[in-house]
Design a protein around this ligand. Structure first.
Ligand code: GTP
Length: 596
């Protein structure tokens, strides 16, 4: 397709404002998915996306629009809305010329509406403002059109009104996209340059690479080069997703599609890399994406130690599909061999863990998540700590923790509740603005460690679900942080060490020792459980001794039952971890790490 007839756009919105539903209607109206094959959230391919009703991965689809000489090809990229997945959004934006900014007409502008709009503006995209869900009785499209127009500097009449549910206004929106989104520009005669914006591993087809062609063209059977690695591959198949893969004779300037090279190694097709022709290579690569930086770390361990190689392989495969995933091997006294994995946030952690468990049939345990700390020792050397058990034990000069700038949008009546929450989380108010009479925007600087865990849940419950939150990293600050260790009979249990603010150390110690007392079975001898900061004990519980006798329960003669019990006990022994002299069933660690 000639570039003049192409339109590449994405849909950006706050979570739940209806992107996926609107995308469904577009697929239907353009005829690429017929009514029979239609199901809700068509593009959310992963089970986990469908169950949770959220989009995790971006998806690109090509749709025809218009007839005859005016037949346009629209490439739509559906993007996730949750703050953890902002990096997916920014990658999609780089492949587009326009963005549909979708706002729920019953909710108005929310925190991620702003965050995504700013990302789109940074990428110089044409913005099409749209109010969605106008079928809802609570919709107030006129009121929010004012808000939206004020935000992006247009007239309220420029805001289209649609319903992804009923399909109202969607035809007009498709026409508006053709009219307002500029066609892609590139040099058709230059050596090919195509940006890899996604890669997935497919069991049957190997690595499938999604690209957006900027200059030149890519054609089947020719040799291509990945510019960062210089690796050469033959293009076995090239095509577009519509939304099922459709092979084509090639991809030209501005086109979005997929490549198959028969490569099986996931590392050969890196998101952000530039693809060029081997016979006529481009001189310079396109500006790639900056790799997203993990914000939260957690240890991931297979419950069955023999699954370790499967976990390693599974992480390698997920990494291809998820540039933000980072991991290194790690061993723990309590949990055995595993990985220290870096995530963008807690939702990202949950999703990765769930995908590993489902797609690779693994049973996993994850340690309590933590952020990254910079520890300056007395000799001025700096240690980066991603695992609390590696926190230096000697004299420490300073501990720095990552900070975020948080933006909270909420009805004005909740200002007091929000301020109270933020103060309790060591936050500092930076400013406050009224977006309208009843809506405020509060800006805070907060330690990331305080915000990534239960902050969002608390914010939601204190504002009856009305507040929305967005945050971005803004550098480090020194704080009064200490490492709390948990000791069993004097031995540190690495998986339970935590870095916490001095004021919260005692509470953490009391909570953990009490919990372990409940979970660890009695031994032949007394076992002290202690919480300590360095050599100073801050909390203690004791597990009293008993004589372990599994046969005690069986009064009388049922021999076969006794044998069964003894066997069970032997089985259980295999799963015991020994800390010092104390035998701890692995279940105890798992329970201690999984409950709150
Ligand atoms: P994420 O992918 O998680 O960011 O969400 P999303 O923005 O894609 O939202 P989604 O399309 O999943 O819709 C969220 C909820 O709003 C679902 O329960 C939809 O059924 C509902 N919804 C979406 N569009 C409309 C609409 O036009 N009218 C009504 N009444 N409900 C809608």
């Amino acid at each position: 397709t000639a570039p003049e007839l192409l339109r590449n756009f994405c849909i950006i919105a706050h979570i739940d404002h209806g992107k996926s539903t609107l995308a469904d209607r577009m697929l239907q109206l353009t005829g690429v998915v017929d009514a029979r094959a239609m199901r809700a959230q068509y593009l959310d391919r992963m089970d986990i996306e469908r169950e949770r009703g959220i989009t995790i991965k971006s998806q690109a689809v090509r749709m025809p629009w218009g007839v005859g000489a005016d037949a346009y090809a629209l490439n739509m990229i559906d993007t996730p809305g949750h703050v953890d997945f902002t990096y997916e959004v920014s990658r999609s934006l780089a492949a587009c010329e326009g963005a549909v900014l979708l706002v729920d007409a019953a909710q108005g502008i929310e925190a991620q509406t702003l965050a995504n709009l700013y990302l789109a503006l940074e990428n110089d995209l044409a913005i099409i403002p749209v109010l969605n869900k106008i079928d809802l009785p609570a919709a107030q499209p006129e009121k929010y059109a004012e808000e939206l127009a004020k935000l992006i500097g247009c007239e309220p009449e420029d805001c289209l009104q649609v319903s992804g549910k009923t399909g109202a206004g969607v035809v007009e929106l498709l026409d508006r996209i053709v009219e307002r989104v500029p066609p892609p520009v590139g040099d058709a005669h230059a050596p090919a340059r195509a940006m890899i914006f996604d890669s997935v591993y497919d069991t049957y087809r190997g690595v499938v690479t999604y690209v957006r062609v900027v200059d030149g063209s890519l054609n089947p059977r020719e040799k291509i080069v990945m510019m960062s690695t210089r690796a050469t591959h033959e293009l076995l198949e090239i095509g577009v997703s519509s939304p099922e893969p459709v092979p084509t004779k090639g991809l030209g300037v501005g086109e979005v599609g997929y490549l198959i090279t028969g490569v099986k190694d996931v590392r050969q097709s890196k998101v952000g890399d530039t693809v060029t022709n081997a016979s006529k290579p481009a001189a310079t690569a396109l500006g790639g994406y900056s790799d997203p930086k993990p914000m939260v770390f957690s240890g991931l361990y297979p419950i069955d130690g023999t699954d370790y190689p499967i976990l390693r392989d599974a992480l390698d495969k997920l990494k291809l599909n998820d540039a933000a995933l980072n991991y290194e091997p790690e061993t723990s006294v309590a949990l055995g061999f595993g990985f220290r994995v870096g995530f963008l946030g807690l939702l990202h952690l949950e999703i990765v863990r769930e995908r590993l468990e489902r797609e690779f049939d693994l049973a996993l345990i994850s340690t309590a998540p933590n952020v990254v700390y910079e520890v300056t020792l007395e000799d001025k050397s700096v240690v980066t700590v991603t695992n609390p058990s590696e926190f230096p034990s000697g004299k420490i000069g300073e501990v720095r923790e990552p900070m975020v700038k948080a933006t909270i949008l909420a009805p004005a009546e909740f200002i007091g509740a929000i301020m109270e929450l933020c103060q309790g989380k060591r936050g500092e108010l930076q400013g406050m603005d009224y977006l309208s009479e009843e809506r405020v925007e509060l800006r805070y600087v907060l330690p990331m460690a305080e915000i990534v865990f239960d902050f969002f849940d608390q914010l939601k419950s204190r504002t009856r679900g009305y507040a929305s939150l967005d945050y971005e990293r803004i550098g480090d600050e020194a704080a009064d942080l200490v490492k709390v260790d948990i000791l069993l009979q004097g031995e540190t249990v690495d998986a339970f060490s935590a870095i916490v603010h001095k004021d919260k150390a005692y509470a953490y110690g009391v909570m953990m020792t009490a919990k372990l007392k409940e979970l660890i079975p009695r031994q032949q001898f007394e076992v002290p459980i202690q919480a300590a900061i360095g050599a100073r004990i801050i909390a203690r519980e004791t597990i009293r001794a008993i004589r372990k006798d599994v046969l005690a329960k069986c009064y009388g003669g049922d021999i076969s039952r006794k044998r069964k019990l003894l066997e069970k006990q032997k089985e259980g022994k295999k799963r015991m971890k020994t800390i010092g002299r104390v035998d701890v069933p692995q279940e105890a660690f798992i329970a201690a790490l999984s409950s709150d």
